[in-house]
Design a binder for this molecule. Sequence first.
Ligand SMILES: NC(=O)c1ccc[n+]([C@@H]2O[C@H](COP(=O)([O-])OP(=O)(O)OC[C@H]3O[C@@H](n4cnc5c(N)ncnc54)[C@H](OP(=O)(O)O)[C@@H]3O)[C@@H](O)[C@H]2O)c1
Length: 288
Amino acid sequence: MKNNTVLLAGATGYLGGYIAKELETRQISTKILVRNMEKAAKLTSESTQIIKAEVTNSETLKGHFKGVDTVISTVGITRQKEGLNYMDVDFQANINLLKEAIKSGVRKFVYVSVLNGNLHRNLKILEAKEAFVDALIASNIEYTIIRPNGFFSDMKDFLEMAQKGKVYLFGSGEQKFNPIHGADLAIACVAAITAKKKEINIGGPEILTQNEVAKMALLACDKPIKIIHIPHWVRKLVIWFLRTFTSSKYYGPYEFFLTLMAEDAIAPRYGIHRLSNFFQIEIDILKN
Ligand SMILES: NC(=O)c1ccc[n+]([C@@H]2O[C@H](COP(=O)([O-])OP(=O)(O)OC[C@H]3O[C@@H](n4cnc5c(N)ncnc54)[C@H](OP(=O)(O)O)[C@@H]3O)[C@@H](O)[C@H]2O)c1
């Protein structure tokens, strides 16, 4: 694998940063596509070449895939910004990468979608991601689609509420999930370069209820346990209100989180990182 170059798109993001580190640790020759060279400064290493390109502009991708064995893409947006929507980025930017990969004879494409994304195509963000998944499957390139559970980075929402003294949850709070740390997921993404599996569902090692995560966050903040349970009808009303009175640009991330947090989401367990340690580290960073 040492001589097989990987092209990584999304390295300036949470997961992509860990994948860049993992590729470096394994001394895999890597090309990293970024649009902001300053953000990429910390990703530079002996085995890494940083290339400035705009994944939303296919012209800028030309020529950079020569000699590449595998493309890994974590490109996506949660909150739509810069006048671009999910279709522009989660779908079209990844299509641009796929087309350039196919044209250049790349062997494999590894794409990071979302756990159960194919079951929630009615949500704007997943409509775009799954449209790309469809295109990837229909192409002739070898592929692995990684479907992770929520990232630890998103669990910071619990910490933010905990710092203010109360965590708000919808329903009983007994919905179970197993969030995953970027470092653990990055190992699986890099392993996917040689994996035979076409789709990999993956979550962290601990299956937790939302109440347990709320308690962990409050304990990390040295706050008494105060969890407020809001009835599901309020959640449904909020989704309806946002869809009716705001644009999809605004409601996209809210419908996504408000829908998925109402159900259990358990993926095969993977990794070693524990959420309580992550919370503690985040709080220590905030204190210093
Ligand atoms: N967060 C979760 O809980 C979760 C769970 C499952 C799956 N996922 C999916 O996993 C993927 C990676 O997530 P993440 O948390 O690592 O995301 P992230 O931190 O937001 O990083 C996204 C990456 O995409 C790039 N990007 C976004 N818009 C772009 C644009 N218009 N032009 C060029 N590049 C653009 C960003 O580049 P810049 O740095 O230049 O903006 C960044 O490198 C996403 O598709 C996400 O939906 C997330």
